[in-house]
Design a protein around this ligand. Structure first.
Ligand code: ADP
Length: 255
């Protein structure tokens, strides 16, 4: 396995056009963004502004119509487990157990059995699911499935972690707990994180930097640095002010 240092993500002048039967959609226009190794950056914006498209481009699931994307200086040419991705809809394999889901990436990469077993165990411990190693996804709650998704993305020790509204399908308490767990994992592993959400509070609670997209087409409207230490107390005045400030700025921009 590689070391634990995150990689730089660079998005430069990226546009994405979808040509469908019902017409053409410009999902992103001239988006540029650099995320430093180990930085936690959130892309914030309403539905349809191109957040998922941006994430899919960085993950290599889609190609830009124009512009360049690099991770650790290497052009993104296609999907790679080294860019661990977690989606809102869990995308777990229903016919595999929890441990088999988490071990899927290491199997694909040909990691030897003993090392793979250790790694899967370590990931299940990390997300608190050791006791459910032999359970199937249908036996798990939404929060547990989301943890499996995170453990599966982390199992190959990716350089970067791409998270697309990962806590959108769970209740408020679980969401807060998963957010705290993600911050712990991020602090312990030093991954570069690109996180996508439409939830302003979530963005302020988690991020080093928030990039606001406006749409459609999605363009970078605004970038905000949040320097406060974590964990962040949502009842503190600065927190409320940041959430309100972002809300008004987004509203003024007609989103
Ligand atoms: P968000 O994640 O912010 O909700 P998306 O990236 O999903 O936004 O979508 C941005 C725009 O691109 C939307 O108008 C959406 O309808 C369009 N779009 C996304 N994926 C496709 C696709 N595969 N084909 C055609 N249009 C698409």
């Amino acid at each position: 396995m590689r070391d634990d240092t995150g990689a730089e993500i660079s998005v430069s002048g990226v546009s994405k056009r979808y040509d469908g039967e019902s017409g053409t959609t410009i999902a992103l226009r001239d988006v540029s963004l650099t995320i430093s190794p180990g930085e936690f950056v959130t892309v914030l914006g309403p539905s349809g502004c191109g957040k998922t498209t941006l994430l899919r481009l960085v993950s290599g699931l889609e190609s830009p119509t124009s512009g360049d994307i690099t991770v650790a200086g290497e052009p993104v040419k296609g999907p790679d487990p080294n860019r661990g991705t977690v989606f809102q809809a869990y995308h777990l394999f229903p016919w595999l157990t929890v441990q088999e889901n988490v071990g899927f990436g290491p199997v694909e990469l040909g990691v030897p059995d003993a090392e793979r077993r250790d790694r899967v165990q370590e990931m299940l411990d990390l997300v608190g699911l050791s006791e459910f190693a032999t359970a199937y996804p249908k036996e798990l709650s939404g929060g547990m499935k989301q943890r499996v998704g995170l453990a599966r993305a982390l199992a190959v020790d990716p350089d970067i972690l791409l998270l697309d509204e990962p806590f959108g399908s769970v209740d408020m308490q679980t969401r807060r707990r998963l957010q705290r767990e993600l911050l712990d994992i991020w602090r312990d592993t030093d991954k570069t994180v690109l996180f996508v959400t439409h939830d302003i509070e979530e963005a302020v609670a988690l991020s080093d930097r928030i990039v606001v997209l406006s749409g459609t087409p999605g363009r970078v409207r605004d970038t905000t640095v949040i320097e406060q230490s974590r964990p962040r107390d949502r009842s503190e005045q600065w927190f409320v002010d940041r959430v309100e400030g972002l809300f008004h700025r987004i509203e003024q921009n007609g989103l």
